[in-house]
Ligand binder design. Sequence first.
Ligand code: AMP
Length: 194
Amino acid sequence: MTNIILLGPPGAGKGTQARQLTEDRGMVQLSTGDMLREARASGTEMGRRVAEVMDRGELVTDEIVIGLIEEKLRQGSAGGFIFDGFPRTLKQADALGELLARMGQRLDAVIELVVDDAALVGRIVKRAEETLAAGQPVRKDDTPEVFADRLREYYRKTAPLIGYYYAKGDLRQVDGMADVADVSGAIAQLLDRA
Ligand code: AMP
């Protein structure tokens, strides 16, 4: 069983790589962004509370996302978990460590997708255009304006996790600007070594 975190700013390709890993290795993808969007769509009280925060490109409270993750971890995964978009704060990182320890599990690696900011904005514009072309609605927080706010949130609250995991000896870095298949290959190599 392998448990990993995919770390990196919005648009770095965490979701794409996580989905690939679910196919290749039978791991379970835990995306707090997907869970929150599901909660919104189902119109629950929690969904209503988080909607505005998400649309502003800010982070929802630690309590909410930790609660969501705890629920999913209880369901277990034979192949292990890929944490995608979680943790995003030091408090979430501590909570994840405690939850895994309680289950008798550990993190095998924290993989940072290293990307170039200017290129990210280009990527997000492209993602919005492709989504539109496919006849699907574009996420409100994928507009260039809100995306800039999400990037700021990342540097203020999430980037400190790079140092946090480096100090624990868990951090691995992969060039996130490479082709999708090359990024997958680099991640596979890391995991086979872990
Ligand atoms: P994502 O799809 O991962 O970019 O997440 C979309 C939005 O959901 C983020 O901009 C936040 O508002 C919220 N969100 C997702 N994951 C977290 C998290 N771990 N902590 C706080 N907010 C989150």
